[in-house]
Design a protein around this ligand. Structure first.
Ligand SMILES: Cc1cc2nc3c(=O)[nH]c(=O)nc-3n(C[C@H](O)[C@H](O)[C@H](O)COP(=O)(O)OP(=O)(O)OC[C@H]3O[C@@H](n4cnc5c(N)ncnc54)[C@H](O)[C@@H]3O)c2cc1C
Length: 370
């Protein structure tokens, strides 16, 4: 079978690896030339590590990652609202882990090291033909594939050309990310919530924390280009354990801003074009399910491709199987976002008295295999 994967991010490389394990080599194109070392931190819940174990990559990932045994919740003044024993909750699946995204990406890339990836290349046009899809690349070369997989992320070109032209939707939240030294000795995934603002940190190695800051604001807000000093002022009322981390923000600290945007294409399969990962279902990161869902997509799609079966029927079954889980994660992420926007006394009371039960309820379906 002749397969093109567009995008060599977590979803595209996971699929290349899953196909490789089933004896299938795909062509991969990646738009960026410098695509290897980007991103900040990732939190991987147990279902994500279970999925990466299916790709044979868990030993390499656990060696590079920090185990996350606990998830702690605080209000912005530093009052403890509750904790989840993440290790116990996810015991049947796999470990929860914190790690730099760039390392995860490198592990995936190494796992398909002999697969040539055409970097600096993208697709310009897609045309469904009988039993396949004709692809025109941006250098005007043309090739026909049995299947084209759009693994090209939130702003997917494949989605726009072949499935749904609608652009992503802004959630109303902006985010900043950076790495900090773990001076406070944070040993858990830790979040602090205040009205419309979230401050989160997790260890990604012995001495480094990945810090994630989120704020409800309109698109184009001047604070999208906030300096470290402006963020410090914005979170001045946040106490220990995480508030003091912002003192580490220096003018030279690399600070990455992104609007949190989501997509909900009308379908993930259109003829011989399939979307996976963020291209198919980017959600707000509040469930930290992006990498895990991308890897689960990849494994189930590889199973569908490898089945000695009518490919169109196998793709339809793939889409039907993924739909309920994708919709669940999306709905739960939106609920979490809404709770964080409530007036502080209400959101903190909700988290204190119902938060841990809500956590268990929202993740419980993901304990089952995808
Ligand atoms: C602020 C934030 C925090 C997050 N935190 C977490 C977390 O803690 N845990 C977690 O699991 N997930 C998290 N996520 C989500 C996670 O990062 C994504 O779900 C995941 O990276 C999706 O992988 P992907 O391969 O689908 O997309 P991407 O990682 O975006 O990869 C897409 C690839 O396609 C390439 N590409 C794009 N367009 C084209 C084109 N036209 N042609 C060819 N190539 C193209 C890109 O260069 C890129 O290499 C977070 C997301 C955000 C925004």
């Amino acid at each position: 079978m002749n397969i093109l994967i567009v995008g060599a991010g977590l979803a595209g490389l996971s699929l290349a690896r899953a196909l490789f394990l089933r004896g299938i080599r795909a062509d991969v194109v990646e738009r960026r030339l410098d695509w290897t070392a980007s991103g900040f931190g990732l939190f991987l819940p147990g279902n994500a590590s279970r999925a990466f174990a299916r790709l044979g990559l868990l030993p390499a990932i656990t060696e590079a990652a920090e185990p996350i045994h606990r998830q702690d919740f605080y209000d912005q003044r530093g009052r403890h609202l509750g904790s989840i024993d993440a290790e116990a909750f996810w015991a049947g699946c796999g470990p929860c882990l914190g790690m730099p995204r760039a390392i995860m990406h490198a592990i995936l890339r190494d796992s398909v090291a002999d697969l040539p990836i055409r970097a600096g290349r993208t697709v310009a046009a897609l045309r469904q033909v009988d039993g396949g899809c004709e692809v025109t690349f941006d250098d005007n070369s043309v090739a026909t594939y049995d299947l084209v997989v759009g693994a090209d992320g939130l702003f997917s070109t494949v989605r726009r050309l072949a499935v749904d032209p609608a652009p992503p939707t802004y959630t109303g939240n902006g985010s900043w990310r950076f790495f900090a030294r773990n001076l406070p000795g944070i040993d858990a995934w830790t979040v602090m919530v205040g009205k419309g603002r979230t401050l989160l940190a997790e260890p990604v190695d012995r001495s480094t924390l990945y810090v994630y800051i989120e704020r409800t604001q309109r698109a184009g807000d001047p604070l999208e280009f906030a300096t470290g000093a402006e963020l410090q002022a914005l979170f001045a009322d946040f106490g220990a354990p995480l508030g003091p981390l912002l003192e580490q923000l220096l003018p030279a600290t690399p600070l990455h801003f992104s609007r949190i945007e989501t997509v909900q294409p009308r379908t993930s399969v259109s003829g011989r074009v399939v979307l996976i990962g963020d291209a198919a279902h980017a959600t707000s990161p509040s469930m930290a399910e992006g990498a895990g869902m991308a890897c689960e997509d990849a494994i189930l799609l590889a199973d569908a491709i490898a089945a000695k079966d009518d490919l169109d029927a196998a793709l339809d079954r793939y889409a039907a199987r993924r739909k309920p889980r994708v919709e669940w994660v999306k709905a739960q992420s939106e609920t979490r976002d809404r709770i964080r926007r409530l007036p502080t006394p209400i959101s903190t009371r909700l988290l204190r008295y119902a938060g841990m039960a809500m956590y268990r309820r929202s993740y419980a379906p993901l304990l089952a295999e995808a």
